[in-house]
Design a protein around this ligand. Structure first.
Ligand code: 13P
Length: 317
């Protein structure tokens, strides 16, 4: 817990840790969560890292401080555990941009292609896919496939970036996007760069093509942590992703300066879904064991196959 925690934060944090111990619960938090939730969690990471933690945990309860598809993946990978999402409003508009029906139609339009689906998707969509990927392993996943004909869903920006990394594959890309990343334009980033000469730009691959092209490094949220270490002489970093990651970056690199790429302290790069879980929600989730995430057994079996195939591929970043 931070030394500057207010009494309420301190008391709630203490109660959360007490409940987690009493119930043998593990608290997983995505890098985009609010700092106080990151601080009380057992593991903070990107979607891939947290899926691996969920898969291997021996805890009885998994409290997933992230968005719905992440908790759903945890349940699919470790079905014996009770998985809780502290706020059911924590959805993902990118995951909602494709349904099982729209993917089926698309597969009919492009028969014979291997379907690579970003984990930011529902279990039903994963179940219709050959393999999943995250932003930490997308290029390796596509490279690992024996076929050259790929359908990539649902994020068009990640898909375009992957296609540029694996030019030998023919990648047809679905037209979804994360609105938090997609709102950012090259001119926003250029403006921040002009104000901070010499700053290193690190972008998430969900950003638009022009931003990814001008970036010094492209990485998943956890990949950004190691990317910073590759620029030991740089003092200032411009970060093109949701602002929650700044907390972990500052903890790991207290002597560096991190500026969110929209130039207004992350006011636009702020995911309302990721930010709808606070300490009160986590405490209630543990105390009342809400809100349990369940997945239909048939759907889970198909989705697990796609997730486990992904996990067998090593990380890119
Ligand atoms: P990561 O794979 O970096 O965790 O990103 C997840 C995400 O939802 C980005 O918007």
């Amino acid at each position: 817990m931070s030394a500057t925690a207010t009494p309420d934060v301190a008391a709630l944090s203490q109660e959360i840790r007490r409940l987690a111990k009493a119930k043998n619960a593990v608290i997983l938090a995505h890098n985009y969560q609010v700092p106080e939730v990151q601080e009380i969690s057992d593991h903070v990471g990107d979607s891939l890292g947290l899926a691996l933690e969920a898969q291997k945990t021996s805890a009885d309860l998994i409290v997933f401080c992230g968005v719905h598809f992440m908790a759903e993946s945890a349940k699919i990978l470790n079905p014996e555990k009770k998985v809780l999402l502290p706020n059911l409003a924590a959805g993902c508009s990118l995951a909602d941009s494709i349904t099982a029906e729209s993917l089926s139609d698309w597969k009919e339009k492009y028969p014979g292609r291997a379907v690579v689906t970003y984990v930011n998707s529902t279990a039903e969509v994963k179940a219709l896919s050959d393999i999943c990927c995250t932003s930490a392993n997308a290029a390796s996943v596509v490279r690992s496939l024996s076929t050259d004909k790929i359908l990539f869903t649902p994020d068009r920006n990640l898909g375009r970036w992957v296609a540029s990394q694996v030019p030998e594959k023919d990648v047809v890309i679905y037209d979804g996007c994360c609105p938090i990343h997609d709102v950012l334009r090259g001119s926003n980033v250029t403006r921040v760069r002009d104000l901070l000469p010499g700053a290193v730009l690190i972008a998430h691959p969900e950003c638009r093509e022009d931003i990814v092209e001008m970036a010094d490094a492209v990485a998943s949220t956890t990949g950004m942590m190691s990317a910073v270490g590759k620029f030991p002489d740089a003092k200032t970093f411009i970060i093109a992703t949701e602002n929650g990651i700044i907390h972990q970056l500052k903890k790991r690199y207290p002597d560096k300066e991190f500026v969110v790429a929209d130039g207004c302290i992350g006011c636009r790069l702020n995911c309302p879904y990721m930010k709808c879980i606070g300490l009160e929600e986590v405490e209630r989730s543990l105390r009342e064991e809400v809100f349990e995430v369940t997945v239909d057994a048939d759907v889970a079996a198909g989705a697990r196959r796609a997730l486990e195939r992904m996990i067998a591929v090593p990380r890119d970043n």
